[in-house]
Ligand binder design. Sequence first.
Ligand code: CUK
Ligand code: CUA
Length: 645
Amino acid sequence: MKVNKKRALSLMLGLTMGLGATSSAFSQASLEDVMKARGLTQKDLLAAAKTYTPTGGRDEYLVFASGGQSGQIIVYGIPSMRILKYIGVFTPEPWQGYGYDDESKEVLKQGRIQGQDITFGDTHHPALTETDGDYNGKFLIINDKANPRLAVIDLHDFETKQIVVNPFFKSSHGGAFVTPNSEYVMEAAQYPAPFSSDFVPLSDFNDTYRGGVTYWKFNMEEGRIKPDESFTFELPPYSQDLSDAGKGPSYGWGFTNSFCSERYVGGIEKGRPPFEAGCSQKDTDFLHITNWKKAAELVAAGKVEKVNGSYMIPMAQAIKEELLYLVPEPKSPHGVDVNPAGNRIIIAGKLDSHAWVYSWEKIQKAIADKKFEGKDPYGIPIIALKDALHTQVAVGLGPLHNQYDSKECVVYTSAYVDSQITKWDYCEGKVLDQVHIHYNVGHLMSMEGDTVSPDGKYLVSLNKLAIDRFNPVGPLHPQNHQLIDISGEKMQLIYDMPLPLGEPHYAVAIKADKLKPAVRYKSGWNSRTDSRSIYRTRAGREKVEKVDGVTHVYGTVIRSHITPEIIEVEEGDTVSLHLTNLERAEDETHGFALYGQSVNLSIEPGKTASYTFTADKAGVYPYYCTEFCSALHLEMQGYLLVKPK
Ligand code: CUK
Ligand code: CUA
């Protein structure tokens, strides 16, 4: 038995590396030989055994990580840390045909800002939809910070279906966070700006620039955000940031951080300090507490007016209706994280080495008793810190984010400046363990750690810097996701994964068996609208038809044939190709590329994908299938002949 295990490990190591021995010599080597040659310790072998997944093996969890500046999402498995997919979200992605076929262009078009196509996004925070506070595996929502947008991805096929643009904000870092039944998706502004698109001088900052938090209505049946039923709280220009929705006893409420409650606007006059100094003058910022449940009732009762075509609750109304409160919070915070039971809220601020634990019971009491320490310049009641705080714990320098364990009272906090993760008890208020990471952790993520029932087991440290952790590949380094085993008393760092697509600010991990993705589409399917395509075709029904000056080609693809193989049009014709994949076999995707056109279609089994263009130059245009789909893949080809007029 022991020998077999050793042999298996030596084989695995021998196949992957050839350090100090040729691979043929390696395959004969014993485990000890390999360990010696590669300088591995017993601890390394144990870490390898915890993450290594034999060929054909599956992962226990799937992670959806933001792709940062790529505007996409990265999907990988835990514990293997193998990347499984990129999902095109805000940026065209040619492999998936995303942004190349007409169907997905329609999705990207929904994300236009002031009529302009935006082909980039800065994704930060993915959120999985929930039922009763637990992930239901149905949809994923993610924000774009640069342009205040949210996108909805259907986990039935891992495709982006909808993009919505915030009607008020000019940036949004604080999204996406869902309420316990995904009734709403929270999105908070970041950089205060006028709610209109007009020019307003900075001298009017305090009066006209505004922050806010939008509660986007989400319809779980349709899997779509309903802009018409969504509403936004107008908030002071305090740079609202991340949010979290209450659960259990705090259900119905939302919590939103802020970071420059000084309302500082930078060096508008000579000799004024820069933003980073001007935004650090006070000792605390404000946690915003909003009652979305009561607000939704007001909207339903017709008591909220529309601005820019969208429901907006002005501050005065929110104060009068008792929907909005402030509490001092540690300076310049990132995360606000409600515990699984819903009665504690943990906030960590970069400029305070303590994490602050708030008591929902106390906050509720202060609200009920109308016990406030005063009002902010906009008249919003401020709850005194002593009437809200449970405890403060020194967790390290530059604390940013918190994730919960399956064990009661246990939370993990990232410390950016110290480059470490601190495990601590938020009931007793004491540190339990610390581990160094590499380097400068932003978010951290435990398995289903932001639900009502976290799984514990693993934690991922999403580090901002990698520096020396991987082979050098030039000045721009990959990101470093480090896997930490949290099943025992002591945390153990077990794996480094380079992520080369963009900065994955936050990630969420779901138990893989909660996902039930399809292997094929219903025949002739428009995957972006999730309905039968009006352009679908069946075998033998392929045709070319000129309607209203547009030459429609209704074609099919199946191993190893594109029908039609010859398409003849006239110079200047508008051509609309519609290709349906007739395959029923799993994984038999066909692609489509055409000379001189910037296009690749990805036509998965059952899908109908379209491509419309103007054949404005006479000539010969070969086309072919871009997926190696069969032994006769190269023969999957054809000619578009554009005849001169
Ligand atoms: S974050 Cu987006 S700046 Cu702390 Cu959620 Cu990194
Ligand atoms: Cu179809 Cu290659």
